[in-house]
Write a protein that binds this ligand. Structure first.
Ligand code: XUL
Ligand code: MN
Length: 344
């Protein structure tokens, strides 16, 4: 915890081997224990998990064995003074989920996906977190005719309701993303996620996670996506990072591409006391070019930049901002912000 009250998290996938669709890994994989130590050393407070990050062999284990492994993970975290922020079902790698999980056309696959998500909830309970993130990776299509989009929407809602019934403590944060791996995803924006939450059987337990890069890929401003969720008390986590235009999901270090866009995310979060509502996750990846012995600097930079931008935001002359809004002198407001961002 820092003096501003924010808690920070990242996931094991944020210290990665640098493979991309055109080339293999370029760095050795880092053992989980080393990642935990790095998390602590870099000033982070919590680890994010996919279900199989916490219990790697979950496919081969029964409920008791899964619970035992998850409890051991919780102890390991506690030994480092850390906690788990959330668990997310990884429904995009297993051969069963080629056509998606909850919206797959094959009912047997839909059953697989639901059973897996229940296991994820069980793992979260043992890890000491009631937050489940649903990044609905393959819940979409490569071609529009492949699935019935209305039916798919109801299948997603039914899944959310099923999970709310299954675990009465569970809170679900939907992490929308418009594309990649699919051409088109069924829940591409925060508006979709929030609408799904309001329609669920217990709306108070369904919220959202905004990832900066995903908002940019949807052609939207991440700070507005955050503000929309905040307006309805639905922003329960964020994945801050950066993204250079409409390309593949880059997960660049926070603020590395567009400092002002980063500033506005921090400003909106800070103006709305986000530190009381959720953790600040940094879903960032080291560049493929980064040598292995210095491949955590993206995490260092992202956290430090976030805190610097909190300072910039808190030091803004708010009465001047209000006066410039009232006089509609947005050019002067522009200058005020640019001065603040350049240390003047
Ligand atoms: C994918 C992505 C995921 C989720 C967690 O783009 O952001 O890492 O954040 O499943
Ligand atoms: Mn993410």
């Amino acid at each position: 915890m820092n003096k501003y009250g924010y808690q920070f998290s990242f996931g094991p996938w944020n210290i990665s081997e640098g493979g991309d669709p055109f080339g293999p890994a370029v760095r050795p994989s880092v053992p989980f224990a080393t990642k935990l130590a790095a998390l602590k050393e870099l000033g982070y407070d919590a680890m994010q998990f996919h279900d199989d990050d916490a219990v790697p062999d979950l496919h081969d284990l029964g409920p008791a064995a899964i619970a035992k492994e998850a409890r051991a993970m919780r102890q390991l975290l506690a030994d480092h003074g850390l906690v788990a922020e959330f668990v997310a079902p990884r429904l995009w790698e297993h051969p069963s989920t080629i056509d998606g999980g909850f919206t797959a056309n094959d009912p047997a696959i839909r059953t697989y996906a639901r059973e897996r998500a229940k296991k994820t909830a069980d793992i979260g309970r043992e890890l000491g977190t009631n937050l489940m993130v649903l990044w609905l990776a393959r819940e979409g299509t490569y071609l529009r005719e492949a699935k019935d989009a209305v039916k798919a929407t109801h299948l997603l809602l039914d899944t959310v309701n099923m999970l709310l019934d299954y675990d009465k403590d569970l809170r679900i944060a939907i992490e929308p993303k418009p594309n990649e791996p699919m051409d088109m995803a069924y829940l591409p924006t925060i508006g979709h996620a929030v609408a799904m939450g309001f329609q669920a059987k217990d709306p108070a337990r369904v919220g959202a996670l905004v990832e900066s890069a995903h908002a940019v890929l949807a052609g939207l401003d991440p700070s507005d996506e955050m503000a929309f969720a905040l307006a309805f008390d639905k922003l329960w986590s964020v994945h801050l990072n950066d993204q250079n235009g409409l390309k593949f999901d880059q997960d660049r270090a926070f603020g590395a591409v567009d400092l002002r866009r980063a500033f506005n995310q921090v400003r909106v979060l800070d103006e709305n006391r986000f530190w009381e509502k959720g953790m600040v996750g940094l879903d960032v990846k080291a560049l493929r070019t980064q040598p292995a012995d210095v491949a955590t600097k993206h995490l260092r930079n992202s956290l430090a930049l976030f805190l610097r931008l909190v300072e910039v935001s808190r030091n803004l002359d708010r009465s001047q901002v209000e006066a410039l809004r009232a006089s509609r002198d947005y050019e002067e407001l522009d200058w005020l912000i640019l001065n603040a961002l350049t240390g003047r």
